[in-house]
Structures are given as structure tokens and as C-alpha cells.
Design a protein around this ligand. Structure first.
Ligand SMILES: [Zn+2]
Ligand SMILES: [Zn+2]
Length: 386
């Protein structure tokens, strides 16, 4: 929601959030709640209130109903003293978190559902077919923020990354499914929480290695047997001592259709590619394709506070929602938890969206919409309360 939103607009959204927190049984209690750090942000204010602690869900929910934060966060880490400054908290352990965000996937559908919000006057421009430099039709300004109403293709693309990640966790890292929780982020992606006891003690640099592994970063030609020099400087083939039967080596060997005895075949592939450097960039490209697109920084940070499961995302009014069955999960229904009370809104431009199985194709300037749809559009910056 825009920081310039009117008071009536802010209070309509706050009312809808408050009602949700008042009646919701869906906010998930984190394990060992008393060892977690909580934080939240406020509507219309920058920054975040952090280093809070709650001894029970009752206490937490009472605070949410009273304060009605725009966003609520909880640490993945457990601390001995969660309210102390960071360096004195005494970190105990933290679940490993992976973040998949639809906006990082470079999807071709994105321009068709991306709106421009002028940073000067907050007026909105609907999606354009042609990418031209932005000029505000109402104030002539040239700066805009992009807001996207994700489409089903965006969600499917995130699900595809999610499935790749789950395969890495299970097959390569031996993490059992029971210790993996999957959540829709509340806007355009998924958060994967891993609470396997073998992983929760890992430090930041080990987590960085994990993130690199699942995203296929830093794979070298040597790991599949291709070396620099020799063969007229094209490079030579010598399989690594550890073989190529496991992990990424195996995945690549399968893709190249080689095994530990295919020296001639790999030599041919190397020559065809045009030598070591060319082979290296092809290998990197394949690894990126086969790996999972995650935000590595999120996984590496062991002191972060994350959107809390069951709370509302102020970028959309949808909730961060546990996802049990990936294929059938539909965020625009399953995470759309606000009510149906009608709210009269003024739209900044024509919009199309589908929520709770109902399409809203609003071309008029003002409309009465169910709260969940009105709040969604307000959160996106595309509508205001009349
Ligand atoms: Zn403008
Ligand atoms: Zn899309």
C-alpha cells in the first residue's frame, strides 16, 4: 500500500486485518515460542519493531489484535535471550529457510500483468504491450514503482522451482519430508522451512554452501572430468578420483550421457563445445537450469526474522499459508482469507484479478468489491477507499 494512502483507505485495510486476527485460528504457533524473536511493521510507517518476545500464542494474538501490524515476523532461530541486542541473544539453532520468489524467475508473462505506479503522484498505468520509458499520464513524472498481480503461470513456475528444491533436499541431502514445511509467501512465491536436527545447527557459511548446491552454482568442468590444457589447448579428459556417480557430477553425467568409462565420448563433447572455456560456460548454463532459483541471502542469514505462518502479507492481503499438496494448492483461493463485506473503492486504472474462484474485471473507476478483493487492490496500490 502506498505511504500516501488516505486515512480511510488505511483504516479499511486495518479493519479487515484486525477482523482476521480476531477470529483466525490459522496463525501457526512456532515451536519453542519463548525462544523466538518477533517483530512487526506498522501501516504507513517505515521500519520495524524488533526484538520482541511472547511467552504464548494468546499473548501474541492479543498484540496483533491491538496493534494490527501490516506484517508480522518471527525468527527462524531460537535464542536464549530473544529480546536482547543481536550479539547478546545467544543463538541456539535455526531452521534452514529457502525462499523462492516468482519475481526472480524472469518470466515472459510478467509485463502483461505489471502496473506502473508513479512515485510522484501515485497514479497507476495499466500493463503495456510495448516496453517504453515511463511517463506519468497525469503529472508527467518519469519515475515509477512496478506492481505485479501474479498470474497462474507465475505460480506454476514457482511450484516447478519448489519441486526441484524438494528433490534436492530429499535425494541429495537426505532430508526427510516430515522435517520440511512448505508455505506460500502471501504474495508471489514459497518459503521452505527445514527443521531437520542435522541442519539446524549449521552456521552461515555452511548454509551458503547449501544454497550454492541446490542452485547449481560454482560447478567446475573438472568435477565431471574436463581439465584445462592438452589436446591443442582445447582441454583434456581425466575423470576425478571420486568418480562421477554422485550428486551434481552424476546429474551432469546423466545430462551429457556419459559415465566413468566414457573418455572418448566426453572428449568429443569437449571438442564440439569448442574447448575448456566454452564447455565451462555451457556447463554453468545447464547447472543453472537444473538448479533451483532461490534467494541465497535468505538461506545464509541465521539472524533474520521471517514472515510468520498464518499472518497477512501487506503486499497483497493474502496470508502466508501452509501448502500440503503442491499441485492442488491455489494461493488465490487457499491464501485468500479475508472476508466478503463489500467495500466501495476508487480504482486507479482498469484491473483484472481472480480471487476465491471469482474473476474481477473492473474497468469502471469506482466499484464495490468484497473485502478480500478490495484489500488486495489497495495493498497493490491500485485502489483507494472512496
Ligand atoms: Zn504521476
Ligand atoms: Zn505471470
Amino acid at each position: 500500500m502506498s505511504e500516501l494512502a488516505s486515512n480511510r483507505t488505511v483504516s479499511a485495510v486495518k479493519n479487515a486485518f484486525k477482523e482476521y486476527y480476531f477470529r483466525s485460528k490459522k496463525i501457526e504457533e512456532p515451536a519453542r515460542i519463548e525462544q523466538r524473536e518477533f517483530g512487526y511493521s506498522h501501516f504507513g510507517q517505515k521500519g520495524m519493531t524488533r526484538h520482541l518476545s511472547f511467552s504464548s500464542m494468546g499473548e501474541l494474538v492479543a498484540t496483533l489484535v491491538r496493534e494490527v501490524p501490516s506484517d508480522v515476523y518471527c525468527s527462524n532461530a531460537c535464542y536464549r535471550f530473544p529480546t536482547y541486542p543481536m550479539q547478546e541473544k545467544e543463538w541456539i539453532e535455526a531452521s534452514v529457510i529457502f525462499d523462492i520468489d516468482g519475481k526472480d524467475l524472469d518470466l515472459p508473462c510478467v509485463p502483461s500483468h505489471t502496473y506502473q505506479l508513479c512515485t510522484g503522484c501515485m497514479s497507476a498505468t495499466p500493463p503495456q504491450d510495448k516496453q517504453t520509458p515511463f511517463t506519468c499520464h497525469s503529472c508527467g513524472g518519469s519515475k515509477a514503482d512496478s506492481v505485479s498481480i501474479p498470474c497462474s503461470k507465475c505460480i506454476d513456475a514457482s511450484k516447478k522451482e519448489l519441486k526441484k528444491l524438494l528433490a534436492f533436499l530429499k535425494t541429495d541431502l537426505g532430508i526427510i519430508r516430515d522435517s520440511v514445511s512448505i508455505y506460500f509467501s502471501g504474495n508471489n512465491g514459497f518459503h521452505i522451512h527445514v527443521s531437520d536436527p542435522d541442519f539446524v545447527k549449521l552456521d552461515s557459511s555452511a548454509r551458503s554452501d547449501l544454497a550454492g548446491y541446490v542452485s547449481g552454482a560454482g560447478l567446475l568442468p573438472e568435477s565431471v572430468g574436463v581439465r584445462k590444457g592438452g589436446n591443442g589447448n582445447l582441454g583434456s579428459v581425466k575423470f576425478p578420483r571420486g568418480g562421477i556417480a554422485h550428486g551434481w557430477r552424476y546429474k551432469m553425467a546423466e545430462r551429457l550421457k556419459i559415465d566413468g568409462s566414457s573418455i572418448l565420448r566426453l572428449q568429443n563433447i569437449l571438442v564440439q563445445a569448442g574447448g575448456y572455456s566454452a564447455f565451462k560456460s555451457e556447463l554453468e548454463k545447464s547447472a543453472k537450469e537444473m538448479g533451483t532459483r532461490i534467494d541465497a541471502q535468505v538461506t545464509t542469514d541465521v539472524h533474520r526474522i521471517f514472515r510468520m505462518p498464518g499472518t497477512l502479507n501487506s503486499k497483497s492481503g493474502l496470508s502466508k499459508t501452509r501448502c500440503e499438496d503442491i499441485d492442488s494448492f491455489d494461493p488465490f483461493t487457499d491464501a485468500c482469507v479475508l472476508g466478503d463485506t463489500r467495500i466501495a473503492v476508487r480504482l486507479k486504472c482498469p484491473v483484472k484479478l481472480r480471487l476465491k474462484g471469482r474473476s474481477h474485471n473492473v474497468s469502471k473507476e469506482s466499484a464495490e468489491l468484497p473485502a478480500h478483493a478490495a484489500v488486495y487492490l489497495i495493498c497493490k496500490g491500485l485502489a483507494e477507499v472512496c
